[in-house]
Design a protein around this ligand. Structure first.
Ligand code: ADP
Ligand code: F6P
Length: 326
């Protein structure tokens, strides 16, 4: 059995509310189990440029409630090259780091999988992304907080939409996934959601418009997931303006506001459970997998499965939205 004495932990890719809570959980679980912890700043970049800090329990005090990540994150193109990864491995050796816990999304786990194969490094991933697009886990850290941020914004938009009797297209993040847009649409009482998983047809838009502006309604809000497939809120609005010039259309792109803010209780608990489970997995000689949650139980999912681009949207949710928006 490979003996782990020191673990490295990093946050990588897009930040997500709850990343700090996960960092705290990894650090404290590792120390609780007698391991030393090194925090690697700025994701894989810090592994290449040697930005490593010794972490003690007090380094993660007073962070569970904060959004973002105290050890910074970055996108690191150099890690996609063999030379960059070799440099990263040399930094690990220099600091006697035996294993890694990586907090991030599918890009982070794609890099981790390659790195683990090339250098035989034990790595466990903790899914942190507002997009909720990783396979094998019901939820990712940050998704619940982002969902709540989106509905808070949509509630505010509703006030002005109904006062002016307008049609709003609100663009929601998700990279190429519609989880945020669809669930936020249900939770905010929006009239419809346009998501990449369901091809947008002209008649779908027609239905939205007609449902939205029946006599009983004086405003309409459509959540549009960002994506080349949907064309984003601006793309959809352009089409609608052309075909329905009688409507007063406005577009709001929510943007990075969705990634910020204090993490919800749900995300803090998820991050605490997953961070602890990541350390347990390493101690249990497991490697090259992501911690997930299914039916409220912790599960372990191989990286190769987690990064598959096929997490299904629950189509029944679309029907709920349609039914409730009459
Ligand atoms: P996320 O993890 O949130 O999906 P990114 O897609 O930006 O964010 O990925 C984070 C980092 O993971 C990248 O900046 C890069 O360093 C690394 N990475 C992504 N894809 C690969 C890859 N194919 N090979 C090696 N490293 C990768
Ligand atoms: O993956 C998280 C995410 O916020 C996506 O929803 C979005 O497409 C992307 O990151 C934005 O990335 P950046 O912060 O680099 O603009």
């Amino acid at each position: 059995m490979y003996e782990i004495k020191t673990i490295g932990v990093l946050t990588s890719g897009g930040d997500a509310p709850g990343m700090n809570a996960a960092l705290r959980a990894v650090t404290r679980s590792a120390i609780f189990n007698g391991l030393a912890v090194k925090a690697i700043c700025r994701g894989y970049k810090g592994l290449i440029t040697d930005e490593i800090l010794d972490f003690k329990t007090q380094n993660v005090s007073n962070i569970i409630q904060h959004g973002g990540t105290i050890i910074k994150t970055a996108r690191c193109p150099e890690f996609k090259t063999p030379e960059g990864r070799k440099q990263a491995f040399e930094t690990m050796q220099k600091h006697n780091i035996d294993a890694l816990v990586v907090l991030g999304g599918d890009g982070t786990f794609t890099g981790a999988r390659t790195f683990a194969q090339e250098f035989n490094v034990p790595i466990v991933g903790v899914p942190c992304t507002i997009d909720n697009d990783l396979c094998g886990t019901d939820k990712t850290i940050g998704y619940d907080t982002a969902l709540n941020t989106v509905i808070e914004c949509v509630d505010k938009i509703r006030d002005t939409a109904s006062s002016h009797e307008r049609l709003f297209f609100v663009e929601v993040m998700g990279r190429d996934a519609g989880f945020l847009a669809l669930n936020a649409a249900i939770a905010s009482g929006a009239e419809a959601a346009v998501i990449p998983e369901v091809a947008i047809k002209e008649d779908m838009l027609a239905e939205v418009i007609q449902n939205g502006f029946r006599k009983t309604k004086n405003s309409s809000i459509v959540l549009v997931a960002e994506s080349d497939v949907t064309g984003g809120a601006n793309g959809v609005a352009e089409k609608v303006k052309k075909d329905y010039p009688q409507y007063d259309v406005r577009v709001v792109v929510l943007g990075h506001i969705q990634r910020g803010g204090t993490p919800s209780a749900t995300d803090r608990i998820l991050a605490s459970r997953m961070g602890a489970a990541a350390v347990e997995a390493l101690l249990d000689d497991q490697r090259n997998l992501m911690v997930g949650i299914q039916n409220d139980e912790i599960v372990y999912v191989p990286f190769s499965r987690a990064i598959k681009d096929d997490k299904p949207i629950n189509k029944r949710l679309l029907q709920v939205l349609r039914t409730l928006s009459i």
